[in-house]
Write a protein that binds this ligand. Structure first.
Ligand SMILES: [Fe+2]
Length: 190
């Protein structure tokens, strides 16, 4: 039987101590996920920026356990589309998740496979509940790193493939200095 434990979560930096691994997603890991592929190529000719990183405490992938992670999304845009996570459904789709905003400004996009989409503005202290079956992606709509904490069932797993294939029904772009949610012309119904 696992022993109880505690950890330290730095609300300003999102650092989770101790954690087992940190995963880094660079722009080259997200080719084709942003709408403006010309802008993507122009950036990649010069550099390969870190779009986001996440640190995980890896716990048993079993029903009954929970997984814990913090994510930091860099500020920035590809064309006029804000940096974001890849987004995913859960491999076990009947599982939920809690996101808690810690620092910076962001927006959570949540959608069903049919493209029913909702957005929730995120910031420090905002807690979002993602019910079973909803895909989820976080977007940094601010000018500083956006940091959040996530808790989800041990056996939820990740299904990135469906989002890679369909995209999200809407995307967040900057218009007149402010975030605007627009229809994604590349959206393919799941
Ligand atoms: Fe998730």
């Amino acid at each position: 039987m696992m022993r109880p434990f505690s950890m330290h979560l730095d609300f300003k930096t999102g650092e989770l101590l101790p954690h087992d691994r940190t995963n880094i997603r660079k722009l080259s890991d997200m080719r084709g996920m942003f709408l403006d592929t010309d802008a993507e190529l122009r950036i990649l000719e010069k550099e390969d920026p870190i779009i986001y990183s996440f640190s995980e405490r890896v716990l048993p992938e079993e029903n009954g356990h929970l997984q814990l992670a913090t994510t930091k999304i860099s500020p920035g845009k590809v064309g006029d589309e804000y940096f974001m996570t890849k987004g995913h459904y859960h491999r076990r789709p009947d599982t939920s998740e809690v996101y808690l905003g810690l620092e910076g400004k962001g927006c959570l996009l949540i959608q069903t496979e049919k493209g029913d989409l909702e957005s929730i503005d995120m910031g420090p202290g905002i807690l979002a509940y993602i019910p079973p079956y909803w895909g989820h992606r976080m977007v940094n709509t601010g000018s500083t790193p956006f940091i959040f904490f996530a808790v989800y069932p041990g056996d939820a797993g990740h299904n990135y493939g469906d989002i890679e294939r369909t995209g999200f029904a809407k995307i967040l772009v900057e218009r007149n200095g402010k975030p605007l949610l627009i229809d994604n012309p590349k959206w393919k119904r799941g």
